[in-house]
Design a protein around this ligand. Structure first.
Ligand code: GDP
Ligand code: IMO
Ligand code: MG
Length: 436
């Protein structure tokens, strides 16, 4: 059976963890494709609420292998903390595998991330300070260390002797910062290496064999398509490919092996960190969304910027990634709203456009043009079937399907893994009699 990609359609935190956990219940393998400990994926089970950063959100389904793919950058300290935390809460890590090809986030990547941000000053990106940019730079610069090297003491010593002197020169001469002690770094990494060795293997043949034998694979992306290194709001993006194509690359799944690209979108927009966000609401409505959606970062605790659903950005993302169907999450946040706005075009310097411009400064000047949609003003949190949803909520979903150009197949009505409705709202099916 071909693979399903679960990807974020906005600026991250769309609820990918919850959706991956849901789909993992009937899957054989979940592979995380990209990003690192910058991600924070929440899964709420009957037992507890878990925030995962590097471990795939399939881990609560013990019949399913959870693979950290080659496209991920692994901070060994962070993943060990996560393993320990999950074990202490009774979650078995037996299904966890880490690709030997995944790159390692090293302590100096964390320093460099902070130093780069400080140097950017007013133009700072607002990164998560998890060393992501420097780790991916080392990877594409062919200076990176991979998990296969971390777990081999001799190779690790040799590679550090190659890479560290260069970074120490940069730290000292470019940034005027303290240099890193090689022996202490080696000792630290040796400890991580011993702990992680049992999890590291050549995971790519596992994925290829599973595909060949018709098993079900879920590819879990991190971040969101508007943070993609190529198609996001560059330079206010992350350093990996957060797209469906990046999912294939990072997970080791060939493109022809994918038959479903599930785009996860919130019913509204959020963004953490800097960069343009045309529908941002810096008023009481924005605060109401933040409060009702508990919009504070899973990884950094920062308040998320909030705004109306941006159908221009969503359509851009849907077309670029071939999104086959959409999950609309956090619909319940709108349960008390009288009117909801959907951005259907931008006014940029007096010109009406319905695509996302390449230049971030142009997007920053975009004034949203809205379509008003009536709210339903009743609770959806107990809805489990399409029939349980108010007509006006279905109408809102049909406006999204129509504007974005893909059917809505899943709707989130609360954070718990059971608070989900499976349905089919196709483009062009605006519910009759529920006009604005
Ligand atoms: P991810 O990074 O895409 O996995 O998303 P995050 O976990 O960072 O952020 C999503 C937040 O929304 C988490 O706190 C989830 O528990 C919560 N959540 C997910 N789906 C829903 C939903 O349908 N309704 C509500 N109210 N909360 C949700
Ligand atoms: P999940 O997987 C939301 C944002 C940061 C910053 C920019 C670059 O939970 O959806 P980085 O540390 O990657 O160099 O930061 O990207 N960012 C995220 N925003 N959700 C995420 O992950 C994010 N990962 C990175 O806030 O603006
Ligand atoms: Mg998140």
């Amino acid at each position: 059976m071909p693979a399903t990609v679960v990807m974020g359609g906005q600026w991250g935190d769309e609820g990918k963890g919850k959706l991956t956990d849901l789909l993992a219940a009937s899957a054989d393998i979940v592979v995380r494709a990209n990003g690192g400990a910058n991600a924070g994926h929440t899964v709420q089970t009957d037992q507890d609420t878990f925030a995962l950063h590097l471990i795939p959100s399939g881990i609560f389904n013990q019949n399913c292998l959870s693979i950290v793919g080659a496209g991920v950058v692994v901070d060994p300290q962070k993943i060990i903390e996560e393993i320990d935390d999950l074990e202490s809460r009774g979650v078995s890590l037996a299904p966890l595998r880490i690709s030997a090809r995944a790159h390692v986030v090293l302590p100096y990547h964390l320093f460099l991330d902070a130093l780069d941000e400080a140097q950017r000053g007013e133009g700072s990106i607002g990164t998560t300070l998890r060393g992501i940019g420097p780790a991916y730079s080392d990877k594409t610069g062919r200076r990176g260390l991979r998990m296969a090297e971390l777990i081999d003491t001799d190779v690790l010593r040799y590679r550090l002797s190659q890479e560290l002197p260069r970074w120490n020169r940069v730290l000292e001469r470019v940034y005027g910062a303290e240099i890193i002690d090689g022996d202490a770094l080696f000792e630290e990494l040796i400890r991580y290496s011993a702990r992680l060795r049992p999890f590291v293997s050549e995971t790519e043949p596992i994925v290829a064999d599973a595909l060949a034998s018709g098993q079900r694979i879920i590819v879990e992306c991190a971040q969101g398509a508007m943070l993609d290194i190529d198609y996001g709001t560059y330079p206010y993006v992350t350093s990996s490919s957060t797209s469906a194509a990046g999912a294939c690359q990072g997970a080791g799944v060939p493109p022809m092996g994918v038959d479903r690209v599930l785009g996860v979108f919130k019913a509204y927009s959020t963004r953490v960190g800097a960069g343009p966000m045309p529908t941002e609401l810096e008023d009481a409505t924005g605060q109401l969304i933040r409060d009702r959606g508990h919009e504070y970062g899973t990884t950094t605790g920062r308040p998320r910027r909030t705004g109306w659903f941006d159908a221009v950005a969503a359509r851009h993302v849907t077309r670029l990634n071939g999104i086959s169907d959409i999950a609309v999450t956090l619909l319940d946040v709108f349960d008390v709203f009288e009117t909801i706005q959907v951005c259907v075009a931008y006014d940029i310097d007096g010109e009406v456009v319905d695509t996302v411009p390449a230049r971030a400064d142009r997007l920053a000047r975009a004034r949203p043009i809205y379509e008003a949609v009536p709210g339903w003003r009743e609770s959806t949190v107990n809805a489990r079937r399409a029939e349980d949803l108010p007509q006006r909520a279905l109408n809102y979903l049909s406006v999204i399907a129509e504007r974005v150009g893909a059917p809505v197949s899943l709707v989130g009505v609360g954070p718990h893994r059971d608070q989900i409705v499976q349905l089919s709202v196709k483009p062009g099916t605006v519910v009759a009699g529920v006009g604005a």
